[in-house]
Ligand binder design. Structure first.
Ligand code: F6P
Length: 547
C-alpha cells in the first residue's frame, strides 16, 4: 500500500521550484539588512503556543520565503498526514503500523481508534498501574526480598528505552525524590553495568528492564547480568526476582521467558515507536523519580502541544515553522547539521535524546514510493548546554566555513536562583544569537583601533541563523511541550521529504553481522573466516590479543 502516491515528488512540487528561484534572489540578503528594513521584524517573526515562545526572526527568510514554505507544506499533504496520524491510520507503511504516540497523552474518556478499537482506555489503565506501583515504591510499601524498602532504581534499556528516560530524569531532577538513586544502564560494554551497581545494595535495588521487543541484545545481556548480580547478593534465592525486577515491554511471552512475573509487567503497544515512547510505560523510571502527579503534568504538556500542532494554521504552528526552516536550510543552504543549545543545565541530555528522535526518524534516502531521494534529508543534530559550548565549538559556528543553524533553548526563571547566575546565563544566550546574526564588520573592528593585519581575524560575517525557544521555567509540563514540539517537527520534515519517519531498517544490518561475529570471537578453535580481509584481520588480531 502506498499512502502518498497522490503527492508529487519533492522536486516536482510547484512550491519547491518556486523556492528554488526565490533562493537565488534572497541567498545573499544579510540579516542586518532584513532587520534594518523592518524594525518590527523581531516582534513580528515570532509565534507562541502553550507557554512556548519561538523567535524565528533571526532566520534567512523573508515573508515571501515563509509563504512559499507554508505552500510547500500544503502541497506535501501535511494537513492530510496530520489527520491520518491522529486518526490512527497505518502511516508507518513499511511496518504496517499506526503511529500513535499522541494517544499516550490523550485525555481520559476520549477515543482514538486502532483497527476499530479505542486505545485510550488501555493507555490510562497502564498509567494507573504505573501510578499505583510508583506510589508503593516511593512510600516504601513495596519491599525488597529481605524486607528492606527499595531506594535504588536501575533502568536497563537502550535507544528509545534509555535516551528518553535518562533525559527526562536529568531534566526533571529538581522535582525528583532525592532519597532515591536512579541509574541507567544501556551499553553492552560491561563497564556500564559495573559502574552503575558498584556502590549499591542489591537488597534495596529494583531493576526495570525496558525493551519494546524484549529481544535487544544489549538489554537482554545486561538484564541477565543484573539477575546474576542480584542473586549473588541475595544468597541465590530465585524468589527474590519477583521483588527486584519489573519489565516494560510489548512482548509478554519474552518477559515471562526471562522469569519476570507478568503481573510486574507494564505494557505498551506496537503503535508506539521506541524513540516516541518516553511518555509510555517506558517512562516508569521517570514516574518513580518525580511521582505520578508530575508525570501527569508532563503528559498534559505533551497533549497541549499535540493539540496546537493538530489545529493551528501552519504559519503560526511552532513545530511546522521549525520543520520548514530545516527544510529550507538543508534543501537550499546546504546545511548539514543543526546545533541544539539548551541554556539550562538540567537539559544536558536533551541533544542526545534528540539525536535518536531526529536521525533515526529521518535519516533515510528512500521515499515512501521506494525511490531514492534527490535532495538532502535529516541533518545531523548535536549540541551541548550553554555556556559550556561557547568555550568549545562556538568558534566554528561563528567563524567556521560551515553553515550551522542553531536552536537556542532558554527559560525566564532558574530552578536554582543563585545571585546573578541566571541573568548572566540569559545574557549569554541572547548575545550569542545576536552575534551570530549580525556579526561585526571590518569597519567596526577597525574603529576599535585594531591593527590592519589583525582585522580579518576579528571580523564576524554574521548572517548565521538561529531560533530562540523560550519558556517561563523548566517544569514537567514544559518538558512535555518541548519534546512534543520536536516530535511534530520531525513528523513535518518526514512528510515533506516523503519518507517513513517511523521505521528504522538502517540499524538492522550491523546487528545481524555482530551476531555472526560473536561466535567467531568466542570459539575455542580457530574459526574459518569469510569476511573481507580487513574484518578477518581484525578478528584474528582480537583473538590473539585475548589469548
Ligand atoms: O536501535 C534500534 C532500536 O530498535 C530503536 O529504535 C529502539 O529504541 C532500540 O532499538 C531499543 O529497542 P527495544 O526497546 O526493543 O529494546
Amino acid at each position: 500500500m502506498n499512502m502518498t502516491t497522490h503527492i508529487k515528488p519533492l522536486s516536482k512540487r510547484a512550491a519547491w521550484n518556486a523556492l528554488n528561484t526565490h533562493y537565488k534572489k534572497v541567498q545573499s540578503l544579510h540579516l542586518r539588512t532584513l532587520f534594518a528594513d523592518d524594525p518590527k521584524r523581531g516582534e513580528r517573526m515570532t509565534a507562541e503556543a502553550a507557554g512556548i515562545y519561538l523567535d524565528y526572526s533571526k532566520n534567512r527568510i523573508s515573508d515571501e520565503t515563509l509563504k512559499l514554505l507554508v505552500q510547500l507544506a500544503g502541497e506535501s499533504g501535511l494537513r492530510e498526514q496530520i489527520d491520518a496520524m491522529f486518526r490512527g491510520e497505518k502511516i508507518n507503511i513499511t511496518e504496517n503500523r499506526a503511529v500513535l504516540h499522541v494517544a499516550l497523552r490523550a485525555l481520559r474518556g476520549t477515543s482514538i481508534l486502532v483497527d476499530g478499537k479505542n486505545v485510550v482506555p488501555q493507555v490510562h489503565a497502564v498509567l494507573d498501574k504505573m501510578a499505583d506501583f510508583s506510589n508503593r515504591v516511593r512510600q516504601g510499601a513495596w519491599k525488597g526480598h529481605t524486607g528492606k524498602s527499595i531506594r535504588n532504581i536501575i533502568n536497563i534499556g537502550i535507544g528509545g528505552s534509555d535516551l528518553g528516560p535518562v533525559m527526562a530524569y536529568e531534566a526533571l531532577k529538581h522535582y525528583s525524590d532525592r532519597r532515591m538513586t536512579f541509574r541507567f544502564v544501556s551499553n553492552i560494554d560491561g563497564t556500564d553495568f559495573a559502574e552503575a551497581v558498584q556502590d549499591l545494595d542489591p537488597a534495596q535495588t529494583l531493576f526495570i528492564v525496558s525493551s519494546k521487543t524484549f529481544t535487544t541484545l544489549e538489554t537482554m545481556t545486561n538484564a541477565r547480568t543484573a539477575r546474576a548480580w542480584l542473586l549473588k547478593g541475595l544468597s541465590g534465592d530465585e524468589k527474590s526476582i519477583a521483588k527486584h525486577f519489573v519489565a516494560v515491554s510489548t512482548n509478554e511471552t519474552e518477559v515471562a521467558k526471562f522469569g519476570i512475573d507478568t503481573a510486574n509487567m507494564f505494557g505498551f503497544w506496537d503503535w508506539v515507536g521506541g524513540r516516541y515512547s518516553m511518555d509510555s510505560a517506558i517512562g516508569l523510571s521517570t514516574m518513580l523519580a518525580i511521582g505520578p502527579d508530575n508525570f501527569s503534568a508532563m503528559l498534559s504538556g505533551f497533549h497541549q502541544m499535540d493539540e496546537h500542532f493538530r489545529i493551528t494554521p501552519f504559519e503560526r504552528n511552532l513545530p511546522v515553522l521549525m520543520a520548514l526552516l530545516t527544510i529550507w536550510y538543508t534543501g537550499f543552504f546546504d546545511a548539514h547539521t543543526i546545533a541544539v543549545l539548551p541554556y539550562e543545565q538540567y537539559l544536558k541530555r536533551f541533544p542526545a535524546y534528540l539525536q535518536q528522535l531526529t536521525m533515526e526518524s529521518n535519516g533515510k534516502y528512500i521515499t515512501l514510493d521506494g525511490i531514492q531521494v534527490d535532495y538532502q534529508t535529516s541533518p545531523v543534530y548535536w549540541g551541548e548546554p550553554g555556556t559550556n559550548g561557547q568555550h568549545s565549538f562556538y568558534q566554528l559556528i561563528h567563524q567556521g566555513t560551515r553553515f550551522i543553524p542553531c536552536d537556542f533553548i532558554a527559560f525566564g526563571t532558574s530552578l536554582n536562583p543563585l545571585g546573578r547566575h541566571h541573568d548572566m546565563l540569559i545574557a549569554n544566550v541572547f548575545a550569542q544569537a545576536e552575534a551570530l546574526a549580525f556579526g561585526k564588520t571590518a569597519e567596526q573592528v577597525k574603529a576599535e583601533g585594531t591593527p590592519n593585519w589583525l582585522v580579518p581575524h576579528r571580523v564576524f560575517e554574521g548572517n548565521r541563523p538561529s531560533n530562540i525557544i523560550f519558556a517561563d521555567r523548566l517544569t514537567p509540563e514544559i518538558l512535555g511541550k518541548l519534546v512534543a514540539l520536536y516530535e511534530h517537527c520531525v513528523f513535518t520534515q518526514g512528510v515533506i521529504w516523503q519518507i517513513d519517519s517511523f521505521d528504522q531498517w538502517g540499524v538492522e544490518l550491523g546487528k545481524v553481522l555482530a551476531q555472526r561475529i560473536i561466535p567467531e570471537l568466542e570459539s575455542k578453535s580457530e574459526p574459518e573466516l569469510a569476511h573481507d580481509s580487513s574484518t578477518n584481520n581484525l578478528i584474528r588480531r582480537y583473538r590473539r590479543n585475548k589469548s
